[in-house]
Design a protein around this ligand. Structure first.
Ligand code: CUK
Ligand code: CUA
Length: 641
């Protein structure tokens, strides 16, 4: 969300509505009690209580923080190139960035989902979305590395994603922009939107053994825009809920066109029913083109495949599959409470929060309490599915998380606050200012069946005066609140990498025990591995020169390489022979424009280098690995062709 200009205007307009008293929240100082520092203090050498996985927005990366300290532990490149890890530079990782458009080494990463078992975070994987070139990625929490990237066909952008079902059966993605289906060449006038543009929802299955994803099916829908989604849980397991906007199906989203309708929709999808239709052969095979990239920790290499078919179910033709529920203007979030009974939405442009009841929704469907149909799909009467409305919660409600004690906490983008309210009686209990304009917020496990309701973190869109100025662009900001008492208490500000959208957190002990320490050298199946210095060699194949190379404190083998000619392509296949935890070696060549490698113990990685001139080129380890790190170097001689 980048609507800064409009919103800043709206903040001041909001003040006149009388629901908030000023444009700018009061100073944070007053909100911070004397014991705040002690609450976030993690002594040197001690560990944090939670891992916090934070989306990196348009940096295409995912960052990992310790909570409550707010210490940055790692930045995981996903849809980006990152020289710190050699990601996207090594031959092994380059294929991970492939798409049907070629390599796309960036994306806009908005949402994070920890894998779940029985509706609780289980610490196996983290899923993230690529909003731009529609993609899903899976990060393995044994290695904290991206293990898989799957492109999504028939989609104009993947925003309402990667939300998952309660046992990680499916990762789901809805298209943010409706576009013509891939089957047509898409060369149609834009103003034929209503006829030619379609929405799709992708249900991506997850193999429970290895986490591998596959597009199980897609559902074709009318050309609305899907914004966010959440799976049902408990009683609502089997259903998925999506917030949609632009139900006008306008091809220009100027307010006058796309925010004309007083209500937009929540779409409820019965995915168990979809599975039945699929089994009964009701799906249609459709031609598409998408890339599917997987990284293997055995071979330490990745494979990128282009695939060309998906199965599509039609939401209009197949009964009992999809329903719409009207929802006040431009809903953004849709969040399901820990019991699975309540679905909380938010109209960004509405001054209330509608809370829907799953059991009422089911009754409404049984009794056909419909107000009509929208593009062939039944529209349930608003009141028939509504549990109630939270009145005057604040301005610009966006996202909601749950504290596990029967309360919900919602961000108010426009009035710049987080607001705690009770789900049963829909009464506001507490509100605290945030600095400034919060987007997502996060309670550890806050979307699961068992939230760990100790903290909430607000991820803010505007930083202003919170940190030392760094020129026109400021660090993005997050704010940690203690929510164990009646009043939410601000206890820490910390900067984030890139623009944070959603984040999730998990108790550290669910992840840290299974974190891998070293790759076993004897299990290394890389085709160019050298398992000892005796296996190192230089092999020429036409104009390709393969250097089988090793690194161990404190030398590279071989360290003098001759016989390379101008016009050759040199592949340095570097195996790190170390078997101690945390002794990586780096590798770089003078003047090489392809970055560097960082090779973990027991692993092999390859740097491709095409010399552009004759001469002597130093090579060296880039990671200070021992007292003789500076000596860990060598030379390559490049001769005339
Ligand atoms: S969106 Cu960013 S604040 Cu893309 Cu989840 Cu609401
Ligand atoms: Cu190896 Cu420095």
């Amino acid at each position: 969300m980048k609507t800064t200009k409009y919103i800043l205007g709206a903040v001041c307009a909001a003040a006149t509505l009388g629901t908030i008293s000023s444009c700018k929240p009061k100073s944070a100082d007053t909100a911070i009690g004397g014991d705040a520092a002690a609450k976030t203090y993690v002594a040197p050498g001690k560990y944090d209580e939670f891992y916090n996985f934070v989306s990196g927005g348009f940096s295409g990366q995912l960052s990992v923080y310790g909570i409550p300290s707010g210490r940055l532990l790692r930045v995981i490149p996903v849809f980006s190139m990152d020289p710190e890890k050699g990601w996207g530079f090594s031959e092994e990782t380059k294929p991970m960035l492939n798409t049907s458009h070629g390599s796309v080494p960036w994306d806009d990463l908005h949402h994070v989902q920890l894998s779940k078992t029985n509706g609780e975070n289980d610490g196996r994987w983290v899923f993230v979305n690529g909003n731009n070139t529609p993609r899903l990625a899976r990060i393995d929490l044994k290695t904290f590395r991206t293990a898989e990237i799957l492109e999504l066909p028939n989609s104009g952008g993947n925003h309402s994603s990667p939300f998952i079902t309660e046992n990680t059966e499916y990762v789901v993605a809805g298209t943010r922009f409706s576009v013509p289906m891939d089957e047509s060449d898409g060369d149609v006038p834009i103003n034929t939107y209503k006829k030619n543009f379609k929405g799709t929802l992708s249900f991506v299955s997850v193999n429970q053994k290895d986490g591998n994803m596959d597009i199980a099916f897609q559902i074709e829908t009318p050309g609305v825009n899907f914004d966010l989604s959440r799976a049902g849980k408990g009683p609502s397991h089997g259903w998925f809920f999506f917030s949609c906007y632009n139900t006008e199906q306008a091809n220009t989203l100027l307010e006058v066109n796309a925010s004309k309708n007083d209500k937009d929709f929540i779409m409820a999808v019965n995915w168990k029913k979809a599975e039945e239709y699929l089994k009964a052969g009701k799906g249609k095979k459709v031609k598409v083109r998408y890339a599917h990239n997987k990284y293997s920790e055995e071979s330490h290499t990745s494979v990128s495949e282009l695939k060309n078919e998906v199965i599509v179910l039609n939401s209009k033709e197949l009964k009992d599959l999809c329903y719409f529920i009207p929802c006040p203007k431009s809903p953004h979030g849709i969040d399901v409470d820990p019991t699975g009974e309540y679905m909380v939405s938010s109209g960004k442009l509405a001054a209330l929060i509608p809370v829907f009841s799953f059991s009422k929704m089911i009754k409404a469907i049984e009794n056909k309490s419909f107000e009509g149909a929208y593009n062939g799909i039944p529209v349930i009467k608003y009141e028939a599915a509504l549990y109630g409305e939270v009145q005057k919660p604040g301005l610009g409600p966006l996202h909601t998380e749950f504290d596990g004690r029967g309360n919900a906490i919602t961000t108010m983008f426009v009035s710049s606050e987080i607001v705690k309210w009770n789900i049963k009686d829909l009464k506001v209990i507490d509100r605290q200012p945030t600095f400034y304009s919060p987007g997502h917020l996060m309670v550890p496990g806050g979307d699961s069946k068992k939230p760990d309701g100790k903290y909430v973190i607000s991820y803010n869109k505007i930083t202003k005066d919170r940190f030392l100025p760094t020129g026109p662009e400021l660090a993005q900001s997050a704010q940690l609140f203690d929510i164990s008492g009646d009043k939410m208490q601000l206890i820490l500000d910390f900067p984030t990498i890139g623009e944070p959208h959603y984040a999730q957190a998990i108790r550290a002990d669910k992840v840290k025990e299974q974190s891998l320490k070293t790759f076993k050298l004897e299990a290394n199946k890389h085709p160019y591995v050298s398992k000892g210095e005796a296996q190192t060699k230089v092999v020429r194949e036409g104009n390709k020169v393969h250097v089988y190379m090793t690194a161990i404190r404190s030398h590279l083998t071989p360290d003098n390489i001759e016989g390379v000619k101008l016009g050759d392509q040199v592949y340095f296949h570097l195996t790190n022979l170390e078997q101690d935890w945390d002794v990586p070696h780096g590798f770089a060549v003078k003047g090489a424009n392809n970055g560097e490698l960082l090779v973990m113990p027991g692993e092999t990685q390859t740097l491709k280098w095409v010399p552009d001139r004759v001469g002597i080129f130093p090579i060296y380890c880039t990671d200070f690995c021992s007292a003789l790190h500076q000596e860990m170097s060598g030379y390559v001689r490049v001769s005339g062709a």
